[in-house]
Write a protein that binds this ligand. Structure first.
Ligand SMILES: [Zn+2]
Length: 377
């Protein structure tokens, strides 16, 4: 018999950055979602209305100068997490592709800003307890076989014509799996990656933008959250390189970060206004068809959604606050425009997008975005 490890540790001592240090202009429109009277059904109706209200005010702010994407890594992900209870496929894993997005805008002061959204440090993220446990169960050959290496963040930047010193902000939809020590540097040596000296920051001028609640939650994880985070990698980060936000903010013309809790408490969605209209990017679902499941050809999905009256198919790995995540997906659904090449699907860009692969029969997406291109460098 194997003994169960019960974690009941004291909270990690993770210094929180100064609350006064912030970024962008706060958006109040979504605050009403924090104070809805009634249950999740009432909250859902407010989410729908709020998204529609915000669309108009957001589109009027203009557009960023440049948006582009870079593929990072394709990896296996449990089918029952990515497509929740909907798919019929017996394949245990689907493939999802992690992508980084580059957003550049000019602020009202004329300053140009560059943000990397989802710059996952794939090598260090592999130490996340959930992925480590998968890797321990399968030999390297199997893992190699199921993954696609498209290039690391620092390799992609020269291809995109970006100097790491030009990057102002780094942000993620949430911090599951993320280890950002190489990006921000550390205040003391790190036994695993730099035993003799502090880690030197690869982005000397960049600040990490994160919801304050996400950092607070990470310092004191619940067992349901624990497999997905690497909290100890945040303990020695330089505090002055982290900007916490509470809620939703406009970063620049047509660039907003909107609070979308549920998948995790500090979840956030990047919302962009572009030449093709409004986009949203997060990991709340893994394929845009999960927001319009009635048009999905993935066996089981449309039928399951119809049988249970579900209008979205959640990315359900942690099921931290499931109904709230559902409502955040509906919010995203009502924020965005329809895809230009196929109006059945929305301009929702999953930061890890479901990717067809012969090793996962019955899970090929009906429609994929693969990339966003807007404006120029
Ligand atoms: Zn996650």
């Amino acid at each position: 018999m194997t003994a169960t490890t019960i974690h009941d540790d004291a909270p990690l001592v993770m210094p929180l950055p100064d609350r006064e240090r912030t970024v962008g202009e706060r958006i109040d429109t979504f605050d009403r979602l924090d104070t809805v009277e009634g249950g999740w059904g009432a909250h859902l109706r407010v989410a729908r209305r709020t998204a529609t209200d915000f669309r108009g005010e957001f589109a009027a702010t203009g557009t960023p100068d440049w948006v582009t994407t870079a593929d990072l890594y394709g990896l296996p992900y449990p089918t029952k997490f990515g497509l929740f209870r909907a798919p019929l496929s017996p394949a245990p894993y689907v493939t999802i592709t992690n992508r980084m997005m580059v957003i550049r805008w000019t602020g009202s002061d004329g300053d140009r800003k560059t943000m990397l959204w989802e710059p996952s440090d794939v090598d260090l993220d592999a130490n996340t307890p959930y992925f480590k446990s998968l890797a321990d169960r399968y030999p390297d050959q199997v893992t190699d076989y199921l993954t696609d290496d498209h290039g690391r963040v620092l390799e992609s930047l020269p291809r995109l014509g970006i100097d790491p010193a030009d990057v102002d902000y780094l942000a993620f939809d949430h911090l599951h799996t993320q280890d950002v020590r190489r990006w921000l540097g550390t205040t003391v040596p790190q036994a695993d990656i730099s035993p003799n000296e502090s880690v030197i920051s690869a982005f000397p001028n960049a600040n990490l933008i994160v919801q304050r609640q996400e950092l607070e939650a990470m310092a004191d994880l619940h067992p349901l959250q624990r497999p997905w985070y690497q909290p100890q990698t945040y303990v020695d980060l330089p505090n002055e390189r982290i900007i916490t936000i509470d809620g939703s903010v406009m970063l620049g013309p047509g660039v907003a970060i909107v609070k979308t809790p549920g998948h995790v408490i500090g979840n956030q969605t990047l919302v962009l206004n572009t030449s093709t209209g409004i986009w949203a990017c997060s990991e709340n679902v893994i394929a845009t068809e999960c927001l319009t499941p009635e048009h999905s050809k993935i066996p089981g999905v449309a039928k399951w959604a119809a049988r249970w009256g579900q209008e979205v198919i959640l990315n359900a790995n942690t099921i931290e606050t499931t109904a709230q995540q559902y409502n955040s997906c509906v919010l995203e659904k009502h924020l965005v425009d329809r895809a230009q090449s196929d109006s059945r699907f929305l301009q929702f860009f999953p930061s890890s997008e479901l990717t067809g692969r012969w090793t996962s029969p019955g899970t090929s997406p009906t429609f994929v975005h693969r990339r966003i291109e807007h404006g120029s460098r």
